[in-house]
Design a protein around this ligand. Sequence first.
Ligand SMILES: Cc1cc2nc3c(=O)[nH]c(=O)nc-3n(C[C@H](O)[C@H](O)[C@H](O)COP(=O)(O)OP(=O)(O)OC[C@H]3O[C@@H](n4cnc5c(N)ncnc54)[C@H](O)[C@@H]3O)c2cc1C
Length: 433
Amino acid sequence: MTIDLSGWGRFPVVQTTPFILKESHSLANKIARKFRGIAYAMGRSYGDSALASETIWTSAYDHFLDFDATQGLLRVQAGVTLKAMLELIVPKGWFLPVTPGTQFVTFGGAIASDIHGKNHHKEGSFCDYVNWYRLMLPSGDIVRCSPAEHVELFRATNGGMGLTGVILDGELRLKPIQSAFIEMLTIKAKDLDEILALFDEYIGYTYSVAWIDTLARGKNVGRSILMLGEHGAEGGLRLPEPKEKSLPMEFPDFVLNPLSVGLFNALYYNKNIRKRTQSRVPYRPFFYPLDAVLHWNKMYGRRGFTQYQFVIPKSERESLKKILEEIAKAKSASFLAVLKLFGKENENWLSFPKEGYTLALDFPIRDGLFELLKRLDKLVLDAGGRLYLTKDAQMSQTMFRAGYPNWQKFIELRRHIGADKVFASLQSERLGL
Ligand SMILES: Cc1cc2nc3c(=O)[nH]c(=O)nc-3n(C[C@H](O)[C@H](O)[C@H](O)COP(=O)(O)OP(=O)(O)OC[C@H]3O[C@@H](n4cnc5c(N)ncnc54)[C@H](O)[C@@H]3O)c2cc1C
């Protein structure tokens, strides 16, 4: 059976033959039979990292294996989602050490992208909390990887976009909490200088993220709202079930034009009328505001969208300003623009975070978009930055190699274990991996 498949951006779309992973021995048989493809989990990567003509679907491989609620250790199969984990662990006083902006992500997908959250500047990325996992190699053999076992494979697989093997199961260290609520502080910033100064001033906060109005121009460039948060002590560990709404249809393209996005941005900015607002919110709206509308990705119309996320060193404030000016000038509506601060990079070969500012921007696919992204690429490269693989659908090989100095080591390891013959995605082919 062949079906159409895309990532969260709904661009590009490929035809794929899915293999549903239920047991590890059937996967070994599958791989042995001239397989060439990649793991696909919840498809929350935006572009083509989980796309190939053959895909291994891991979301049904989703058993909980053990939960030590005294030590905060959770053992799961790769297809267990962060949502399912939270439902189990929060009532027992534990939380995920690192979480992205959606809970619809699996354990395997979180490792393969070495995902980051709003706390990278203080607490690093997801794989820093993974004690070990079992990986199925292209040979069908299963090895245990950890900071002390098969270390090179561990470093290559963390953030390695599924290109070294299939993660089967593993163990995560959790973080203790006293409440399911977050004490949140929001602060308005009138421009880029102010928001960057606020990031520094509030660096002691565990969670920080800024929403930026990308259509603001001139002296308003960087106009934004900073959201800060700490796990609270009040409110208890149980929350009512949220009411999720689903976006019933695709929006026609004209809905997301610069005018409507500008209006939205202005309204959103003004909604937070007061300069500073303090509130207590359940963890879901704080970490996962977009999850409240299922399938919100349909909002961008039939051609889909792409997310462009880069990181540049902290010293490159001027480059950040130039990038924001370039976007505003192009009048290319970015509905969602999120700025975060990263702390030090870890030892994983292809992990994205490194010390600096990271900006994530959603762009609907339009004529002229890729030309704009090429101009942004140049600014990012000149600033010594790089792009995030899990969001990418268009990065060039040159851009990849310049941003990820370990690329050669990664290719050699793939050759050494025979992964170059077995595991490949549209993205890995484009990047020459
Ligand atoms: C609304 C939204 C917000 C987001 N916010 C953030 C954020 O704040 N920070 C962040 O870092 N990311 C963020 N992301 C991206 C997301 O966290 C990553 O793309 C994540 O990897 C998706 O996981 P998935 O389970 O859906 O995997 P998929 O998207 O299906 O696959 C992603 C990659 O993981 C590989 N993979 C999946 N399972 C396995 C396995 N078992 N073994 C080996 N390889 C595997 C795939 O081959 C592919 O290369 C966000 C995404 C969305 C949609």
